[in-house]
Design a protein around this ligand. Structure first.
Ligand code: CA
Length: 515
């Protein structure tokens, strides 16, 4: 079945689940969860939990001795934890599109924030809906652009009475208190409408709201004996870092680690102009205050995850539910004088936590250090629950690793790209005038391969790049790209990189005639 035919098939299948889910949505959020009793049999459920802008080391289970994430740690240590997962693009929309399609940015087409996920792509939710599952999600999807933070006109189920990228039920609470979360506060908690996040009760905050919708969805599915694919997607610990009480004061800034950086990077580093323009990153004390609040946002998320897992336990479906956790990308948090995320392919920005937990089905306590990618999440979930992976998926299934058949990951190198374009569509709604598609004057694309020994990056259209010898220089300080001592290795890595660039393309649109 080609992509177009398959899409039509999925659309038809999704429609059949809609009436049920719309009816169920009328029942509002539960204050508590009643035990249903018997363990549900039949098709296994899936709970995909995602965070936004979480580094690998923003979790106790990944070696952070300060941050408190006991529920996430328990899940990670009770399953298979990957330490070598890299995003294929350190930006929200491309990373999410990759996780949901199992395809590289140059295949699904979401090469940057601001590009909608094409309707022709098949998402995880499409696959589960077609298999007879109930599909529901809450929180940050970011399949559609946010800019300029349209507070009220993002899709809601009322306004968009059809599945949203395969989700029969969806509650969008995207960045900047927008979408349905914004509307909900306005209607149900007007006293907090003008308050910043750090003055909200945790239950009104986006994280609490996202968890509650997910809990409500799961509870209804179990009661109606329908297998579910649930997506619980937290907007945090994305900036601004301002968690509600008590999470904003949970950590002492003095306890925060120093950023990984060196003075000479401000003079000669690739991103020195960006680093210099962000005055805040100069001040270590201020950085540590922000990091303490970033950690606070993670601990609130962890409390929410504890409630999600408690719900699965109370409903008796824990052992029939695959739980998957991943972040879309990392955060520089002051490393290399940089902040947030961007086309920086340092580990702080690209290396994300990923684990699979399924008591009795996935062995506990295993840590896999080999390289894996966000492209692999979709085929892994499909294989673990017994669904066929659609044609066109480019990632590799990690199910054999999860089952304990092997510790060997499918890659010698992870691949990362950040592409840019000066051109904008005629529908451009950002600052400044629209620029024609032929305007490529500002295009510099960044392509990277990395493993545990090397990080190699090229900037297209220039003779510049980055080459770090990670065994000698794990913090990516000394760029050997132009070092004659590394010229042979540079050639070898260039060949590997060009091969990956070529193999990640998927020409679109599909042709309609032989010639
Ligand atoms: Ca935040």
């Amino acid at each position: 079945m080609d992509k177009w035919t398959r899409r039509a098939f999925l659309r038809a299948s999704v429609g059949t689940g809609l009436a049920l889910s719309m009816g169920g949505a009328a029942g509002f959020l539960l204050s508590g969860v009643e035990a249903i009793g018997a363990e549900a049999g039949g098709s296994p459920n899936v709970l995909l939990i995602m965070t936004d802008t979480q580094r690998l080391d923003d979790m106790g289970a990944y070696g952070n001795p300060i941050i408190k994430t006991p529920h996430l740690d328990g899940l990670a240590e009770g399953g298979v934890k990957f330490t070598g997962c890299h995003t294929q693009c350190p930006a929200c929309m491309p990373a999410r599109a990759t996780i949901f399609t199992g395809r590289y940015p140059m295949a699904h087409g979401v090469w940057s924030n601001g590009v909608p996920l094409p309707e022709t792509e098949t998402t995880l939710a499409d696959i589960f809906a077609a298999a007879g599952y109930r599909t529901g999600g809450a929180g940050k999807f970011h399949f559609l652009p946010h800019w300029p933070y349209r507070k009220s006109d993002l899709p809601t189920m009322e306004r968009h009475p059809k599945p949203f990228y395969g989700f029969q039920e969806f509650h969008l609470g995207e960045d900047g208190r927008s979408g349905e979360h914004h509307l909900w506060i306005k209607e149900h908690h007007p006293e907090y409408y003008d308050k910043p996040d750090d003055q909200l009760p945790a239950e009104v905050h986006n994280s609490g709201w996202t968890a509650r919708h997910t809990i409500d969805f799961i509870t209804r599915c179990v009661r109606e004996k329908t297998p579910f694919f649930a997506f619980c997607s937290f907007v945090d610990p994305h900036q601004p870092y301002n968690p509600p009480p008590p999470y904003g004061t949970l950590y002492d800034p003095e306890d925060m680690p120093d950023p990984i950086r060196r003075d000479d990077e401000l003079e000669s580093g690739r991103f020195r102009s960006i680093a210099r323009s962000r005055n805040m990153t100069r001040h270590t004390e201020r950085l540590k205050e922000q990091r303490a609040k970033h950690y606070g946002e993670m601990t609130l998320i962890d409390a929410c995850v504890g409630r999600l897992i408690g719900t699965l336990d109370a409903l008796g479906v824990r052992s029939n539910t695959l739980v998957v956790f991943v972040a879309d990308h990392g955060d520089m948090l002051g490393d290399h004088w940089l902040w947030w995320k961007g086309p920086y392919h340092y580990a702080g920005c690209t290396n994300v936590p990923l684990f699979f937990n399924w008591p009795g089905r996935i062995g506990a306590g295993r840590t896999i250090e080999g390289l894996v990618q966000q492209t692999d999440i979709l085929p892994t979930i499909c294989e673990l629950v017994g669904l066929e992976t659609p044609l066109g998926v480019q990632g590799r299934s990690l199910a054999p690793i999860c089952r304990g058949d092997t510790d060997q990951t499918p890659y010698d190198y992870a691949y990362i790209e950040s592409v840019s374009s000066g051109a904008t569509s005629p529908d451009w709604q950002g600052p400044g005038p629209a620029r024609p598609a032929t305007d490529r004057r500002h295009t510099i694309d960044t392509f990277t391969i990395r493993n545990h020994k090397w990080r190699f990056t090229i900037f297209s259209g220039t003779d510049d790049g980055e080459l770090y010898d990670l065994e000698k220089d794990p913090n990516e300080f000394d760029n050997r790209f132009h070092d004659p001592a590394y010229s042979s290795m540079r050639g070898t890595l260039m060949a590997v990189l060009l091969d990956r660039v070529g193999r990640t393309r998927d020409p679109l649109p599909a042709r309609t005639r032989p010639y």
